[in-house]
Design a protein around this ligand. Structure first.
Ligand SMILES: NC(=O)C1=CN([C@@H]2O[C@H](COP(=O)(O)OP(=O)(O)OC[C@H]3O[C@@H](n4cnc5c(N)ncnc54)[C@H](OP(=O)(O)O)[C@@H]3O)[C@@H](O)[C@H]2O)[C@H](O)CC1
Ligand SMILES: [K+]
Length: 504
C-alpha cells in the first residue's frame, strides 16, 4: 500500500482521469460508495446523521454519501459551509444528483442556531469539509465549524483526512477536526504517520476507490506501508541442505560494565531470529555474566577484535561513550565496508562527527536511531525531526548512502536510493529501555539471511513490532512488557509468519 503526499495524490488523480479515462465524477462516486459501505454496518434506524460539506471535492464526496444516506433508515441532515453557487466541477455534479434525489441543503451561515442544535442532536457527524486540497489555516467560517464539531458529543468520521490537516504532514498550529475515525480514500497520506497530525485521525481505514496501480507508477510514488503479505513474500526460506555457515556469521560489539543487559538483549534476539553463528564482544569484566546466559555464542576479547571470516557486524548497544570506544566504532565502520554493519545507540553517538566514513563503504551501513539520536546526528531538535521525518530521513539516507531505520510509533525505513517503507506494527509497550537493543539483534540476524537489505530491515522492524502486538493482544499490558519478554515471544510470531509462507 502506497503512502502519498498531497502533490503525489493530485498527480495520481489527474493521471487516472486524463490517461486512464475514469472521470472525476466516477472516482467521487466510488469514494462516496466506499465510505457508505464502511459506515452502513453501524447505522441505526432513526439515527441523526449530520453531513458537513465544504466547497471542494472533499465536499463532493460528502454529497455522494448524503445521497446514499437518503435511502437508508437514518435521518440525514446536510450542512454546507460554502455558498452552493460557488461549488463547481465534480462536486457540483454530485450536489445536483443529491438535490435531484430529494436531498435538502442547509447553509451554516444562514442558520447558525439551527446548525448548533443539529450538532447537539447528532449521533454521527460526517466531516467532508476539507480534504487534501486545504492550504494554510482553515478560513474563519470553516474554523468556527471545526471547533463546533470538536465540541460535539457525536461520533466524528472524517472523509479522507480530518479537515484542516495538511496532507503532506507539514507542521500546523491552526484548528483541525479531531476525528474518532478517518476513512482514508485510496491510500494513506503522509500526515497519518506524523505525530502532531496523527493524533487527529482516530481509527483509520483505507478504502480503495478504483485507481489502477499504473497511476502510482506514473506518479513516481516510492513510499509504502509494510504489510504482513510483504513480510511473508520476502522472508528467507531455508535450504534443507544448508548448514550453520549458510545463515550468517555475525559479530555483535556491545555492552559496558554498567550496561551488560544491552549486549545480552541484542545477542539473544539475533539468535532467536535465525543467525547461523554469533560472536559477541563485551568487556572482560562482564563476560562471565553474559557468557553464563548465552551458551550458544562465542566470545571475542575487545583487544583482539577481527572481522575475518564474518559476514556481518552490529555495534553500539550499551557500548559507552568513552574515547577509546569511539575509536573502536570508527575502526569497525571502516573495516566492515564489504559486509552489512548495523550501528545503533552509542555507536551512533561516536559516529556523529565522522558521518563521511559511511559514504566510503561498499555495502551500505544500517543505522537505527530513535528521534533523539537522529536529532543529535543532524544537530537538530527532536521536534524538528518529528515534524518532518520523511524528508529528513530521505535526505540523510541518500546523502550518506545508508539504510536508515528511524524508530518511533511508525518506524520509517529509508533505503540509500530514497525508497521509504513505513512500519505498521508495534505499540507503546516498546517505549522502554532494551527494546532498541532487541531490534539491533533482529536486524543483524535478518541482514545476514535476506537477499535484499531493504527487505531485511523492513522485516526486522515488522517482526519486532508484531511481537509486541502479540504480547499486548494476549497476555501483557502496555506497561509490563520487558525486552526479555519480546525476545521470548519471537518464536510464536515467526512460527505463524512461516506458517503462511506455504501459500506464497
Ligand atoms: N484522491 C482521489 O483520487 C480523489 C479524491 N477526492 C476527494 O477530493 C479531495 C481533494 O479535493 P480538492 O478539491 O482538491 O480539495 P478540498 O476538498 O480539500 O478543498 C479544496 C477547496 O477548499 C478551499 N480551501 C483551500 N484551503 C482552504 C482553507 N484553508 N480554508 C477553507 N477552504 C480552503 C479551496 O478553495 P480556494 O478557492 O480557497 O482555493 C478549494 O475549493 C480529497 O481529499 C478527496 O476527499 C475525490 O472525491 C475522488 C478522487
Ligand atoms: K475531511
Amino acid at each position: 500500500m502506497h503512502v502519498v503526499s498531497r502533490e503525489e495524490m493530485r498527480n495520481i488523480d489527474q493521471y487516472t482521469i486524463a490517461h486512464i479515462g475514469l472521470g472525476g465524477p466516477v472516482l467521487m462516486e466510488n469514494a462516496g460508495r466506499a465510505v457508505y459501505a464502511a459506515l452502513e454496518p453501524d447505522l441505526k434506524a432513526g439515527e441523526q446523521v449530520t453531513v458537513v460539506i465544504g466547497k471542494g471535492n472533499n465536499g463532493g464526496d460528502g454529497f455522494v454519501i448524503a445521497r446514499l444516506l437518503l435511502d437508508s433508515e437514518v435521518c440525514v441532515s446536510t450542512w454546507l459551509v460554502a455558498d452552493p453557487g460557488k461549488i463547481t466541477g465534480d462536486a457540483a455534479y454530485h450536489m445536483k444528483a443529491y438535490l435531484a434525489s430529494g436531498g435538502k441543503i442547509m447553509q451554516v451561515k444562514d442558520d447558525q442556531e439551527g446548525f448548533r442544535r443539529q450538532l447537539e442532536q447528532a449521533e454521527l457527524i460526517v466531516d467532508a469539509l476539507l480534504g487534501t486540497g486545504v492550504h494554510g489555516a482553515p478560513y474563519p467560517e470553516y474554523s468556527a465549524v471545526i471547533s463546533q464539531i470538536n465540541q460535539s458529543k457525536a461520533q466524528v468520521v472524517s472523509i479522507d483526512i480530518p479537515s484542516g490537516i495538511p496532507a503532506s504532514g507539514e507542521s500546523f498550529t491552526h484548528p483541525a477536526v479531531i476525528a474518532d475515525r478517518t476513512l482514508t480514500l485510496e491510500c494513506p497520506k503522509l500526515a497519518q504517520f506524523v505525530e502532531h497530525a496523527a493524533r487527529c485521525f482516530g481509527t483509520v481505514h483505507v478504502l480503495p476507490i478504483g485507481i489502477p496501480r499504473l497511476a502510482y507508477r506514473k506518479a513516481g510514488v516510492r513510499r509504502e506501508v509494510r504489510t504482513r503479505a510483504d513480510v511473508v513474500r520476502t522472508l528467507p526460506v531455508r535450504d534443507p541442505f544448508s548448514h550453520k555457515g549458510s545463515h550468517g556469521k555475525g559479530l555483535l560489539i556491545a555492552g559496558a560494565a554498567e550496561m551488560p543487559g544491552a549486549a545480552f538483549f541484542s545477542a539473544k534476539a539475533a539468535l532467536r531470529s535465525g543467525i547461523g553463528l554469533l560472536k559477541v564482544s563485551v568487556p572482560d569484566s562482564i563476560k562471565p555474566i553474559i557468557a553464563g546466559r548465552l551458551p550458544e555464542t562465542m566470545f571475542l576479547s575487545r583487544d583482539t577484535i577481527s572481522l575475518e571470516g564474518l559476514t556481518g557486524v552490529a555495534i553500539g548497544p550499551g557500548l559507552g561513550r568513552e574515547h577509546h570506544v569511539g575509536l573502536l566504532v570508527r575502526r569497525i565502520v571502516e573495516e566492515s565496508g564489504a559486509m552489512p554493519c548495523v550501528i545503533d545507540a552509542d555507536g551512533l553517538f561516536h559516529l556523529k562527527n565522522h558521518l563521511d566514513l559511511l559514504r566510503r563503504r561498499n555495502v551500505p551501513a544500517v543505522l537505527s536511531p530513535h528521534s533523539g539520536e537522529m536529532a543529535a546526528l543532524m544537530g537538530m531538535s527532536v521536534k524538528d525531526i518529528e515534524s518532518d521525518r520523511f524528508t529528513i530521513a530521505k535526505m540523510f539516507a541518500e546523502k550518506y548512502h545508508v539504510y536508515l531505520v528511524l524508530k518511533g510509533k511508525y518506524t520509517l525505513v529509508t533505503a540509500p536510493d530514497g525508497r521509504q517503507v513505513v512500519n505498521s506494527t508495534g505499540n507503546a509497550a516498546l517505549a522502554k529501555g532494551g527494546s532498541g537493543d532487541v531490534l539491533t539483534g533482529i536486524l543483524l540476524a535478518f541482514l545476514l539471511q535476506h537477499k535484499q537489505m531493504m527487505d531485511a530491515a523492513c522485516n526486522a522492524v515488522y517482526l519486532h513490532g508484531a511481537v509486541a502486538d502479540d504480547l499486548v493482544g494476549h497476555t501483557h499490558s502496555l506497561l509490563d512488557v520487558l525486552a526479555t519478554d519480546v525476545i521470548d515471544a519471537i518464536p510464536p510470531v515467526l512460527h505463524r509468519l512461516y506458517g503462511d509462507i506455504g501459500s506464497r
